[in-house]
Design a protein around this ligand. Structure first.
Ligand code: NAP
Length: 448
């Protein structure tokens, strides 16, 4: 592991001592601090005002019991969390995750990342994250509804369109957001649309939210390639996963002229040298909810590789859009040997630190998820704007705003990397640019 700058190491030591056992949170803090050496040497005011210690300590952390009754009449108890990490730029904004693995360390790591991702969008949103160890898989709609209602019966007092605005994440989709919003509305007697995002179009949702993360990743990749005198057009692209982010990344990449030849799910991958048929992919994954092999069953020229690694398919551009740590050092070496020129992370933390290091050392253009997948939260902020003005924008207008925002994210990362002596390093650029924005707001607001 790299050694931190002596001005930053004591802050990291405090994080380790104060948050024992929370490895994911330690890693997320380390990754940001690793980029900030040149910043604290240039701006001693951030150190003097203890901005880094304050940034690493959430403004508020909630942990609460969620009691509910299952379909057999048995009382079930889950634990829920909300980490309201930083509100210097706006109300806390970040999703709720329902998954058995959720604990305070994971929520804290995601909330910390969210502060910087949200700042990069240039929109007025602070950072937060929440969730529960509740597992919606195998639960009936009625059980999910009772769980959501019980969770909101506690959480509502901490939320508000100017205070804290949750959204979905793993295990929390349109159904859960609907139940959560319904209970919030009932308890507060307020139709406060902007208190939750990811709503259905019927009651205040935004067009393009479904497509936003995948489209945004492609917009970012296009900008990064353009800055290097290249373009996605005509490039051979592979995508990992075939969920929400992957499908719309593949769709947009194909729309800008790339040849998207492979995608995957947890059972294996498919290669389709003619270019993926996105309509068929959507039918298989979104409508039929089938395994990815069903795609190959329908396309005679496509090939399904059971249990295989999509990274073995030669490509010029790779878009990891499935899950954390899915692309390791070995996979990165294969991609490099096959001539990859760019990798943009659609998922959160899909590349291991070793993979990132190898790709960067070999001069592969690398877009970190913090920047490249910010399109999802950016469009959530656009949903808040529409709710505040009692408006509903067209698809074309909303997509135009998303594209503009992603270009801005790219340009901010590139400019910060250049200014701090790391031209072309989007990891450093994303961390430095977002840190400066949050830190300046914190200085302006005083010791609060
Ligand atoms: P999703 O719809 O649940 O899709 C995840 C996809 O990844 C599925 O195809 C899944 O396959 C596949 N997958 C999971 N584990 C895998 C593995 N070990 N190997 C290969 N494929 C695997 O989730 P999503 O919304 O697309 O999110 C994907 C990533 O993007 C996550 O890291 C998420 O945090 C991040 N993200 C999402 C958004 C958003 O707006 N959705 C925004 C920012 C970041 P199976 O179907 O076989 O499980």
């Amino acid at each position: 592991m790299t050694i931190l700058d002596p001005l930053l190491q004591p802050h990291y030591d405090i994080v380790l001592a104060r948050n024992p056992g929370e490895q994911e949170f330690h890693q997320a803090v380390f990754e940001v601090l690793e980029s900030l050496g040149p910043v604290v040497h240039k701006h001693s005011e951030y150190v003097e005002a203890a901005v880094i210690e304050r940034l690493c300590e959430p403004e508020r952390q909630l942990i609460f019991r969620v009691p509910w009754t299952d379909d057999q009449g048995k009382v079930q108890i889950n634990r829920a969390f909300r980490v309201e990490f930083n509100s210097a730029l706006g109300p806390y904004k970040g999703g709720l995750r329902f998954h058995p693995s959720v604990n305070s360390g994971i929520v804290k790591f995601l909330g910390f990342e969210q502060i910087f991702k949200n700042a990069l969008t240039g929109l007025p949103i602070g950072g937060g994250k929440g969730g529960s160890d509740f597992d919606p898989k195998g639960r009936s709609d009625a059980e999910v509804m009772r769980f959501c209602q019980s969770l909101m019966t506690e959480l509502y007092r901490h939320l508000g369109e100017y205070t804290d605005v949750p959204a979905g994440d793993i295990g929390v989709g349109g159904r859960e957001i609907g139940y959560l919003f319904g209970q919030y509305k009932r308890i507060t007697n307020r139709y406060e649309s902007g208190v939750l995002t990811g709503k259905a179009l019927a009651y205040g949702g935004s067009r393009v939210r479904t497509e936003a993360t995948g489209y945004g990743t492609v917009f970012f990749a296009e900008e990064m390639l353009k800055a290097a005198g290249q373009s996605l057009s005509g490039k051979r692209v592979i995508v990992s996963g075939s969920g929400n982010v992957a499908i719309y990344a593949a769709q947009k990449a194909a729309a800008v002229g790339a040849q998207v030849v492979a995608c995957s799910d947890s059972s294996g991958y498919v290669v389709d040298e003619d270019g993926l048929d996105i309509d068929l992919l959507r039918q298989v994954k979104e409508v039929d909810r089938a395994r990815i092999s069903a795609y190959a069953d329908e396309r005679p020229r496509a090939r399904f590789v059971e249990g295989g690694r999509v990274w073995d398919v030669p490509c010029e551009v790779a878009l990891p859009c499935a899950t954390q740590n899915e692309l390791d050092g070995d996979a990165a070496s294969t991609l490099i040997a096959n001539g990859v020129i760019a990798v943009a992370e659609g998922a959160n933390m899909p590349c291991t630190p070793e993979a990132t290091r190898l790709l960067r050392e070999k001069g592969v253009l690398f877009a970190p998820g913090k920047a490249a997948n910010a399109g999802g939260v950016a469009t959530s902020a656009l949903e808040m704007q529409q709710n505040a003005s009692r408006d509903s924008w067209s698809f074309a207008y909303t997509e135009g705003r998303l594209k503009e925002i992603m270009t801005g994210v790219h340009d901010r990362c590139a400019a910060a990397a250049e200014e701090y002596g790391a031209p072309g390093n989007y990891v450093a650029g994303a961390n430095i640019s977002s840190f400066l924005q949050v830190a300046d707001a914190m200085l302006a607001l005083g010791v609060v």
